[in-house]
Design a protein around this ligand. Structure first.
Ligand SMILES: [Zn+2]
Length: 402
């Protein structure tokens, strides 16, 4: 949209000097994070910290059916007058423009956007808030994405093809996570979120240790982001299985609360301020394989990306630990579980590895990464996955892929 300048954090933090010593350490995080059972019932109270009195709520049609009444009731607070707009499903320039125009005409005094839903709804909400120059409140209804806490949106064409990331100067003012809502979301989404979150530590570590590497905003990671990323992996490895049990029983417990926080807050800050590397490069490359793009979640592709990343860095013991964890919670750990055949599909996997290298995320690695070298690590990851599935069985995977 032409009426608002674009924001490039890399030009601000990353351009200072080519000397690694001169690049600043930058931490980006949401202003306030609230998580608990039934938090959506108290939105009207929470937005007083912004403060907002004229919020516009953004919801999909399905979101309106599921949470519309609850949100209207929670905003039915003295002094607050809100509007509700339906998000049509794609975070595209046209959809953002439509919502901005609609709100400018219908509710010109809108003083905050509250986006309730999945990644695309929250990403669109961030774009709308940026154009209206008001704070954004995110209320994720699934815990499989880094969208709620970050100051970046992924923008798509109206046809759903990824156009690229869009950065914002302001992080969400408020993130409200209702774990009673999250536990009712499809289990496979939350587990995919674990795959995405688990990568955070291994990738942040690669960026942290390689002085030439940069975070996605073009800066160096802080030790804070590094500690958050490390806690993210520790939390997942220790609580993942218990959280899966809680989901099966549909009863939130402490492990479930911790996993939601790891997937949402720790992973969100870790990815934005810690940096990405080979695991996300592999995931990006694999989306070029149509069957993977169509049938698998981002976090599931990142999962096999972590195994590839660790074996590329010759961290065999860690790769084994991660493979065992992934097998337990039900993330795909070998090509077969991603509906690929290592022999028959070798050409498209090799092509995906070329795509991975051209994403430039592998530049965070401390050594040169060629598509051949990455393919070699992917082959090793597949073998490790096959061996792990033989030893531990594939009950976790089958539960999610009947
Ligand atoms: Zn990711």
């Amino acid at each position: 949209m032409a009426d608002q300048a674009s924001f490039f954090p890399q030009a601000i933090y990353g351009s200072t000097t080519l000397d690694p010593e001169g690049v600043p350490r930058v931490l980006i995080s949401p202003h306030c994070y609230i998580q608990g059972q039934g938090t959506l019932d108290h939105l009207g109270t929470y937005i007083s910290v912004i403060p907002s009195k004229r919020p516009a709520v953004l919801l999909s049609v399905g979101g309106e059916e599921r949470f519309g009444e609850q949100i209207k009731n929670s905003l039915n607070t003295p002094g607050i007058r809100h509007t509700v707009e339906i998000f049509r499903g794609e975070c595209s320039e046209n959809e953002v423009k439509r919502l901005v125009t609609l709100l400018k005409n219908k509710a010109p005094d809108t003083d905050a956007i509250i986006a309730v839903g999945g990644g695309k709804c929250m990403d669109a909400g961030k774009c709308v808030a940026f154009h209206l120059e008001v704070p954004i409140v995110t209320c994720p209804t699934i815990a499989s994405t880094d969208a709620p806490c970050s100051a970046v949106s992924v923008v798509y064409s109206d046809e759903g093809v990824q156009v690229g990331p869009k950065f914002f100067p302001n992080s969400p003012a408020l993130v409200v996570v209702d774990t009673r809502v999250i536990i009712e979301a499809p289990m496979r989404q939350l587990i995919a979120g674990m795959g995405d979150a688990l990568a955070t530590y291994y990738e942040a570590r690669t960026c942290f240790q390689n002085l030439r590497a940069r975070s996605i905003v073009g800066a160096r990671p802080t030790i804070t982001a590094m500690a958050i990323s490390e806690l993210c992996a520790k939390t997942l490895l220790e609580n993942g299985m218990n959280a899966v049990d809680a989901m099966i029983r549909q009863e939130p417990n402490e492990a479930f609360e911790r996993i939601v926080e790891a997937n949402t807050l720790l992973s969100g800050i870790g990815f934005e301020s810690g940096g990405l590397a080979a695991a996300h490069a592999v995931a990006a490359g694999l989306t070029e394989v149509p069957v993977l793009h169509r049938d698998f979640f981002h976090g599931e592709l990142v999962g096999i990306g972590i195994l590839t990343h660790l074996l590329l860095e010759e961290k065999t013991d860690e790769a084994r630990e991660v493979a065992e964890f992934m097998a337990g919670v039900g993330l795909p750990i070998h090509a077969g579980q991603l509906s690929l055949d290592m022999e028959k599909d070798a050409p498209s996997i090799k092509k995906a590895m070329e795509g991975a290298v051209s994403s430039r995320l592998t530049e965070a690695e401390p050594f040169e990464v060629s598509p051949e070298k990455l393919f070699g690590a992917f082959v090793e990851a597949d073998l490790l996955g096959v061996r792990t599935a033989q030893t531990l069985g594939d009950a976790g995977y089958r539960r999610l892929h009947p």
